[in-house]
Ligand binder design. Structure first.
Ligand code: T1G
Length: 689
């Protein structure tokens, strides 16, 4: 087993190389190897300066997250960082890729930094419910100032290093051989040069109050409910009162408190759950992937246009196909306007907008897409329309072109039935708006070939989407579970709760928005139409009755100025007592008992509905892991990430406790949809969850 850290001496420079694929994470062995190498170099008379460099795709991308669930082992990272900071010989960090977390702390402790052009650097620890725990909160403000350090650490957004040396974060930038450039830089460090003065004294900052206010209003507010951002802020401010060593000691205490927190356990779980969802078990997959460069999108409506935006932003060539010029013009105008607004907001440059539009080819000619590698159908949500399109595609494109439908509800097995080579049909269920929402449900039909699934998973990574492989069922996984969530919100309206109380209960739980406000935003008529087209779902007259009553009173939500709420011309929500009367009358006619609930009881009931459906979906084999279900809810439905996802949340409650609550709700409501499937506690244990 080659050593993860090696040392070579070249013209009085000790070159310390880390090689711990895939991201050079700072495992115990890497930390020990680095510390030994740094200490040896201090004593070696042949060494005038030291370089730390990494093999592979990136410099150290952080501590090894897999180690956090276990007792920490020496040497601890802060000790390594201090050994670097106090080195009697200059240490140069040679940076490339994504220099994150502990990797960034090591780089900041070095006396100099040489970087490949385009290198990113950051301290994203709050994404894991942590704070930088090896000097990041003390070193970064000493280099870039308190305000900038707070912004980088609390937002967790990495920055691209300056393309020319600023002699703060980077002292040399190169676009050629990193080691060669760093060796050359090392040679130019004047032998008698006073080492870069390490700023070990407290940072002098005059307007801390304004800085703190800004942090609370614009940074911490965006991470509602999360503890780590607040802890990070308090740690950073220590740099104005304490020396580096004292500050790092306090920082370490705060870090350990965060590392042992429930939120960090959930956030670390979420990180690995998403990685697991990206690598599902694909039966019999051994073939090479279909490379996807030219993509055709059928339909230039809101979904088709936003999918096109997502793809051209990822560098793909996109043909946007419509049946007539008028529809096409509407779609291309949507894209152009959205890109112009991104330019106005400073998200992209004018040049980037031009480059993206140059990759978009609108056409009404089906034959223009004969050589597409992938076609994404995003047409009207009607089975007959989709079948007609797929039959036409089958006659037009090459035999190995992948045919995907973006349908949210329809049976893709049935869509595939009109295609000769059915094994190339798959579902790519984007979430609206597709150029913003991270989630992509990849729907495997009973015909889909393994290489098509694997190609779709790789395509998702290429377009920076979070893939989740699911099977065909009504609503696939996310929307099917969401229907049980909406079902209970509607039932509670019939039992006397108000839309405000239900929405407040769920935002207090941590959901980004309440279910009724979401329904008003997306349009209550969408679910209404789907239910009318699928009467087999249930014969229960209470099922989504409030939503049905809204639509039948032409209250479709925001788009009609009234739904569960009223809306003013700025689309602000206004309570409307009139809807309570409508629901009360309906409840009386069905003799539904009126009850009062606490917010806690409301949120428990809606979350248990999601969990119950999730276990059923797992039992039916529609999805292969609870992690995939959580990945869907974290990336498509605004489930609070610091709670890990509905299945992780249930696991923390205890599956036996969940089963008892479901049985109690079944008894209380006399609705069979509350019956837990099978013995979910033993089933979930068998799933290893
Ligand atoms: N530890 C362990 N494994 C990691 C890892 C890490 N830090 N980062 C990535 N991996 C694994 C990942 O699970 C996957 O494994 C493979 O690497 C490729 O990842 C003390 C406390 C670096 C931008 O938060 O953001 O330092 O599935 O698919 O898309 O203050 O990974 O192949 O088996 O994501 O090219 C701070 C987290 C840690 C960085 C690369 N660092 N990682 O993205 O590849 S806390 C982070 C990422 C810390 C100190 C604190 C990304 C990436 P597998 P990938 P990618």
């Amino acid at each position: 087993m080659p050593s993860l850290v090696s040392v070579a001496l070249q013209q009085q420079v000790a070159i310390i190389t880390v090689n711990n694929p895939p991201v050079n994470a700072l495992s115990t062995e890497v930390r020990a190897g680095l510390l030994n190498a740094i200490n040896d170099a201090q004593l070696n008379q042949q060494v005038a300066s030291i370089i730390i460099i990494c093999e592979g795709r990136t410099f150290i991308a952080g501590a090894d997250i897999k180690e956090f669930g276990h007792p920490p082992k020496a040497p601890h990272l802060p000790d390594l960082v201090l050994a670097i900071a106090y080195s009697v010989k200059p240490i140069i960090a040679a940076l490339h890729g994504t220099v994150l977390g502990g990797g960034c702390e090591i780089a900041l402790a070095c006396h100099y930094r040489v970087a490949l052009e385009g290198t990113k650097i950051g301290l994203p620890e709050v994404n894991l419910g942590l704070i930088p725990g090896a000097g990041g909160t003390q070193l970064l403000p000493r280099l870039v100032g308190v305000a900038k350090a707070i912004e980088m650490i609390v937002s967790a957004k990495p920055i691209i290093l300056p393309s020319t040396p600023d002699n703060i974060l980077v002292h040399e930038v190169t676009d050629i051989d990193l080691l060669h450039s760093t060796l050359k830089f090392a040679k130019n460090i004047k032998p008698a040069a006073v080492l870069v003065k390490r700023i070990f004294t407290p940072v002098l900052e005059d307007d801390l109050t304004a800085i703190e206010e800004y942090a609370h209003q614009h940074l911490i507010a965006k991470r509602k409910g999360e503890i780590a951002p607040l802890k990070a802020l308090s740690a950073i401010l220590l740099c104005t009162q304490l020396s580096l060593d004292e500050g790092m000691r306090k920082e370490r205490e705060i870090f350990i408190e965060c590392r042992n927190s429930a939120q960090s356990a959930a956030l670390r779980y979420a990180f690995f759950a998403e990685k697991k969802a990206e690598k599902p078990m694909i039966k019999n997959h051994s073939e090479s992937l279909k490379s996807i460069n030219k993509v055709a999108i059928i339909g230039a409506g809101t979904m088709g246009a936003s999918i096109a935006m997502c793809l051209i932003a990822s560098g793909l060539n996109v043909y946007l196909v419509e049946i007539n010029a008028e529809n096409l013009e509407r779609g291309t105008a949507y894209i152009s306007n959205a890109l112009s607004s991104s330019v106005k907001k400073g998200r992209i440059s004018e040049q980037e907008k031009t480059a993206q539009l140059s990759r978009l080819t609108p056409t009404t000619e089906f034959n223009d897409i004969a050589d597409a590698d992938l076609v994404v159908e995003a047409a009207f949500e009607s089975m007959s329309v989709k079948k007609e399109i797929f039959a036409k595609l089958d006659r037009t494109v090459t035999v190995d072109c992948i045919l995907a439908s973006n349908t949210s509800y329809l049976d893709i097995n049935e869509i595939a039935s009109v295609v000769n080579r059915k094994d190339r049909v798959i579902g790519l269920h984007f979430f609206s708006p597709a150029h913003i929402m991270k989630l992509l449900e990849i729907v495997e039909t009973k015909y889909t070939a393994p290489y098509v699934i694997a190609s779709a998973m790789a395509f998702a990574k290429k377009i920076n989407k979070q893939a989740a492989l699911v099977g065909v069922c009504y609503g696939f996984v996310g929307n099917r579970m969401y229907a049980s969530y909406g079902r209970e919100a509607n039932m509670l309206l019939l039992e006397g709760c108000s839309p405000e109380q239900i929405d407040r209960a769920m935002t207090t739980f941590g959901m980004a928005m309440g279910p009724l406000a979401v329904n008003d935003m997306s349009g209550i008529d969408i679910g209404y139409k789907a239910r009318k087209e699928n009467p087999q779902l249930t014969t229960d007259p209470t099922y989504f009755l409030p939503a049905n009553l809204m639509v039948e009173s032409d209250r479709l939500g925001q788009k009609t100025g009234a739904g569960f709420y009223l809306y003013d011309d700025k689309k602000r929500r206004i309570t409307d007592d009139h809807v309570l009367k409508i629901f009360k009358t309906a409840a009386q006619s069905l003799k539904i008992k009126q009850r009062t609930y606490t917010d806690q009881q409301i949120s428990e009931r809606l979350i248990l509905a999601i969990i119950n459906e999730g276990v059923t979906i797992l039992l039916e084999g529609i999805v292969d892991s609870a992690e995939t279900i959580d990945t869907i809810w974290l990336n498509g439905y605004g489930f609070p990430r610091y709670k890990g996802g509905p299945m992780f949340y249930a696991k923390k409650l205890g599956w036996d406790q969940v089963r008892e609550r479901l049985i109690a709700l079944h008894k209380e409501t006399e609705k069979d949809w509350w019956l837990p499937p099978y013995y979910i506690d033993s089933f979930m244990e068998r799933k290893g969850f």
